[in-house]
Write a protein that binds this ligand. Structure first.
Ligand SMILES: C=CC1=C(C)c2cc3[nH]c(cc4nc(cc5[nH]c(cc1n2)c(C)c5CCC(=O)O)C(CCC(=O)O)=C4C)c(C)c3C=C
Ligand SMILES: [Fe+2]
Ligand SMILES: [Fe+2]
Length: 343
């Protein structure tokens, strides 16, 4: 029975008020986020994290001072481990690795090494690939693994924007929310975390993949004349970010005098961007600008279709014939645009 370690990657979040500023520093010190050389990047990260901390602390205060992203990811890791070990011949163990707060790659790589697996599978919990998320996490992992001499054969998954289990989980979660709309007609807003336009212009496939996810969900819903739109939330800083923004779309819905059903299309668990930004800030804005009804669809979380889809991809990755030479850059959904570890 082969031992297989599955490492789930996500962003991470502060585990208390004192962690907010150092968490933000780690985020802005990431060269995938702030693309400056080292001493300057350190200084910029210090300045931005100090300035942003009070705003972020207010956001996390709504959640009791900390992010639920780790417990949410733990639930997903447990569900995936159970699914993978269901009657199979391999023994799977899931690990969680966060990019900007604990558990960090250095500690998790050591834990994986101590478990002594025959195979390691890297699974970013980002359906759509971005240089700022999946690639940044995998790079950090590879550096940590190298440092401690973890040289177990490793396969990684770049992205899965149209994975069947993801799409059917969304369709299943959206349908009852659409049915809840009782007043004016509804528009479905697929809201993804934004990205500076410059990063997309440099070749990041995130926006393209987000659009593919939304299209597939709409196709799966099979509703005639469904009114829908992709938009981007959570802008930070003065740069131009992807458009239209979610705020702009909420204003437009108010002008059109319709209802909104909002779907977080790039997050697979609940955290500040869903529980505060979507549920509190945007819900308030929707009311102010005259949106008739505002409903928010839950993230896919531990939805059985999503977990089964992840498990199927992990099992597929166990087949060495579908791995590239480096073990990475696997794109089961056929996205040639995926740039992960192409270099
Ligand atoms: C698809 C996922 C994400 C992308 C792409 C992404 C890019 C990105 N984010 C920032 C800045 C911030 N993001 C923050 C929180 C946050 N971001 C994501 C996901 C993506 N980010 C998640 C899941 C979370 C929530 C974490 C949690 O609550 O646990 C924050 C902190 C919150 C705040 O201050 O508003 C910042 C800052 C940039 C600059 C960026 C791309 C360049
Ligand atoms: Fe973010
Ligand atoms: Fe890919």
């Amino acid at each position: 029975m082969a031992k297989k370690a599955v490492v789930l990657f996500n962003l991470g979040g502060p585990d208390g008020p004192a962690a907010v500023e150092p968490f933000l520093f780690n985020l802005f010190y990431d060269p995938a986020i702030i693309r400056l050389p080292t001493p300057l990047r350190w200084l910029v990260a210090k300045l931005i994290s100090r300035r942003r901390a009070p705003v972020a602390q207010e956001i996390y205060a709504f959640l009791g001072g900390s992010s639920p992203i780790l417990p949410q990811t733990e639930a997903q890791a447990e569900a995936l481990e159970n699914k993978l070990n269901e009657g199979g011949t391999d023994s799977y163990k899931t690990f969680i690795c966060m990019r900007y707060w604990h558990p960090f790659a250095a500690d998790v790589a050591q834990e994986v090494k101590n478990w002594a697996p025959d195979d390691v599978i890297l699974l970013p919990l980002y359906p759509q690939f971005s240089s700022t998320t999946s690639a940044s996490s995998i790079k950090e992992w590879q550096e940590a693994a190298k440092k401690i001499g973890l040289d177990t054969p490793t396969a990684g998954l770049c992205c899965y924007p149209t994975m069947a289990g993801l799409i059917s989980a969304y369709a299943d979660l959206i349908a009852p929310k659409l049915a809840e709309v009782s007043g004016k007609p509804a528009r479905l807003l697929f809201s993804a975390h934004g990205l500076p336009q410059k990063i997309v212009d440099q070749g990041d496939p995130y926006q393209w993949q987000v659009e593919r996810t939304a299209e597939k969900v709409v196709e799966k819903m099979g509703l005639e004349n469904l009114d829908w739109k992709v938009c981007y939330q959570s802008r930070v800083g003065p740069m131009k970010w992807l458009e239209p923004s979610t705020e702009t779309e909420i204003h437009r819905a108010g002008e059109d005098g319709i209802s909104l059903v909002i779907v977080p299309i790039a997050f697979v668990s609940e955290h500040s961007e869903t529980l505060v930004e979507l549920d509190i800030e945007y819900a308030k804005l929707a009311k102010e600008v005259g949106v008739d009804e505002y409903h928010r669809v839950n993230t896919v979380g531990v939805h059985a279709d999503f977990i089964a889809g992840l498990a199927a991809m992990v099992e597929k990755l166990s087949d060495p014939s579908i791995r590239s030479e480096s073990g990475m850059r696997i794109c089961p959904s056929g996205y040639k645009d995926c740039l992960m570890l192409a270099s």
